[in-house]
Write a protein that binds this ligand. Structure first.
Ligand code: SF4
Length: 476
């Protein structure tokens, strides 16, 4: 599933740990001169970031926003009102990449804005972006964000086109300036890149090889987040559970989970995305023992057919995957399981597809992100024979989604009448309803006679269930 997130002025209301630039904005050079100050770089300019793709990308945009604000840029209320428009892109699906080029087309001939492309499409297409959209001035790949301040400096001093590519294998995890735009949930990168080589995936090329962040640095950052008032932390990585502490204490992922969950003030720790190959019983044990570790595992299967799993280079069999599901299901605490499925991979037969459908039944997933396969440039799958016709892919996707809808409905219905803990994260005024998530990551819409529940943990009685959410009442 492809999401877009916008970083706008409304989303950026919390104080930023970056140099403050002035009381009012935009800052004018004359104000600085009068005060005997040097004009901060970028001052008076505004920015707007539109983000495509996964949580990793959403969090990267928070880091980029921090870098910009440290240089004196201010968030604009809208893209139209911004001096600097940045697209933080995703190329994991063909559609997402195409969307970026169609968005860029809207700025053809623009004179009063600087347009930039960040992220996976930037990393993959590089110079090609300047050729297809000559009005773009900045291209910076997802593994090169450390170069961003230098690239901005070049632009600020009159540079026409600047580009940062190459795989920077140094730490790019967080900066002092990371500007978190979600007031409820803080994302925290613990591992960058990926050492797997799934035949359909661009990530190892766009984000580089796997590198883990030292556990001391992660705990220090998590402590700062707790002090800032965050109670939920989501640990991020393309293969988050492949984490290997590079520091002498050599923590593995489950030890790190326990360490973050033990920080005073942290009430929930989530993690995404896990690779089945590195998913061990120790992670299940950590969830069982530690209420603060959320009882939800996102474990992408991609297919239920061994033949297709081999063609995808997924490094596990269906039986091995199901063995891990058994550990999860045997846990003393119920743990929800969600997954990703690709439909219509090259060579996928009806039998392979039926194997995927039967995997849904065998696991009983609580949620599935399902995608039509689309070939990505410079991946080995793009060269494979046996393309499944688009119409057939769409038919299979619809069947799969309907089967999963029934499974979710049944699983959610079993919760009717129970009381669940919900972290309230939104208020929907038209319906006078609050929304939040359970530890198992289910969405709950509920009514309450109380006001100002944002960020509160509440006991909610589940009244009824749909396939995608629960409906409840605040049980006071
Ligand atoms: S594990 Fe596979 S799908 Fe996931 S990021 Fe790595 S190469 Fe891509």
């Amino acid at each position: 599933m492809s999401h877009t997130f916008d970083i706008s002025v409304d989303a950026l209301t919390a104080p930023v740990s970056a140099p403050s630039v002035a009381n009012g904005w935009p800052i004018r050079a004359s104000d600085c001169a009068e005060a005997g100050l040097q004009m901060p770089l970028g001052s008076g300019r505004t920015f707007y970031i539109e983000t495509f793709g996964c949580q990793m990308n959403a969090h990267d945009s928070e880091k980029v926003a921090g870098v910009l604000m440290a240089r004196g840029y201010r968030p604009a209320k809208s893209m139209a009102g911004a001096d600097l428009v940045l697209y933080n892109t995703c190329s994991i699906r063909e559609k997402a990449a195409q969307k970026v080029f169609s968005r860029l087309g809207e700025w053809r001939g623009v004179k009063d804005k600087t347009i930039g492309v960040l992220g996976c499409v930037a990393q993959q297409e590089g110079e090609e972006i300047f050729e297809r959209a000559p009005w773009v001035s900045l291209v910076c790949g997802s593994a090169s964000y450390r170069k961003l301040p230098d690239l901005l400096a070049e632009l600020e001093s009159g540079g026409r086109r600047v580009m940062g590519l190459g795989l920077d294998t140094e730490e790019t995890f967080e900066t002092e300036m990371t500007r978190r735009d979600n007031p409820i949930r803080a994302y925290l990168t613990i591992i960058e890149g990926c050492n797997y080589a799934c035949s359909y995936c661009v990530v190892p090329r766009t984000r580089g090889p796997e590198r883990s962040r030292a556990s001391e640095a992660i705990l220090a950052e998590a402590n700062r987040l707790a002090e800032a008032g965050y109670t939920e932390i989501q640990l991020l990585g393309q293969t988050v559970n492949s984490y290997r502490d590079p520091s002498p204490r050599g923590w593995n992922f489950s030890r790190l989970l326990r360490g973050v969950a033990a920080i005073p003030g942290i009430h929930r720790v989530r993690f995404a995305t896990s690779h089945p190959n590195d998913f061990g019983r120790d992670i299940v044990a950590a969830i069982e023992d530690t209420p603060a570790i959320c009882n939800h595992v996102h474990l992408p299967a991609q297919s239920g057919s061994d033949r297709i799993l081999r063609a995808m280079h997924r490094t596990y069999t269906r039986a091995e995957y199901l063995g891990k599901i058994l550990w999860i299901r045997a846990a003393s605490r119920p743990i929800s399981v969600t997954t990703d499925i690709i439909v219509g991979f090259p060579g996928e037969t009806e039998k392979d597809f039926q194997d995927t459908l039967s995997l849904l039944d065998a696991v009983g997933y609580d949620g599935v992100f399902s995608f039509l396969y689309s070939p990505r440039p410079r991946t080995s799958a793009a060269e494979m024979d046996g393309a499944v016709p688009e119409q057939e892919k769409a038919r299979r996707l619809a069947l799969l989604q309907e089967r999963q809808r029934q499974i979710q409905l049944a699983r959610n219905a079993a919760l009717a009448g129970t009381v669940v803990e919900v972290l309230a994260d939104a208020y929907q005024a038209p319906r006078a309803q609050w929304a939040g998530r359970t530890s198992s990551n289910r969405v709950v819409n509920f009514v309450s006679s109380h006001a100002n529940l944002l960020g509160e943990y509440l006991q909610v009685r589940v009244m009824r269930a749909g396939p995608n959410s629960l409906v409840g009442e605040h049980a006071v």
